[in-house]
Design a protein around this ligand. Structure first.
Ligand code: HEC
Length: 122
């Protein structure tokens, strides 16, 4: 009986540990998301725009003729303020991504950090 407990006790602990992590994932869905202080355009920002925006903002039929698939295009909307305005849902600009909620705050932070660190073409 004692031996059986020795076998079961660690299993129970492992099982409970698993549950704990699952719950943490639900409570803090963005807990694993860290925004680098100086994100790179090509590694961090462009893939994000491709995922969140470029089903509408690329190609010959880009929405509002706004393309977000190259540095040369994206920097225009950084400089006129509409990129962050639309992402932050400030009210001055059309809220983006269109017809869906705000992007996760850590993704917004990533784009903001890229701009704050000089919006480099890197
Ligand atoms: C489902 C399609 C769709 C998606 C996804 C989308 N947009 Fe748009 N976007 C539009 C349309 C359509 C407009 C024209 C204005 C309007 O209809 O609201 C627009 C307008 C804009 C404007 C101009 C806003 C203004 O008021 O001047 C910016 C900047 C913009 N989008 C950025 C983004 C960014 C950044 C993303 C991703 C985070 C994004 N969009 C995702 C469809 C989309």
């Amino acid at each position: 009986m004692k031996n059986l407990l020795k076998i079961i006790a660690p299993l129970v602990l492992v099982f409970l540990g698993g549950c704990y992590y699952d719950q943490e994932g639900i409570l803090y869905p963005e807990g694993n998301c860290t925004a680098p202080l100086s994100p790179s355009f090509n590694t961090d920002i462009l893939p994000l725009l491709n995922t969140r925006c470029n089903n509408c903002h690329s190609g010959a039929y880009a929405s509002a003729n706004i393309k977000l698939d190259s540095y040369a295009e994206v920097i225009k909307y950084v400089n006129n303020g509409s990129l962050m305005g639309s992402i932050n849902h400030t009210g001055e600009y059309s809220p983006m991504p269109k017809n869906s909620g705000k992007m996760p705050s850590c993704e917004i932070q990533k784009i903001q950090n890229w701009i704050t660190s000089g919006s480099l073409n890197n």
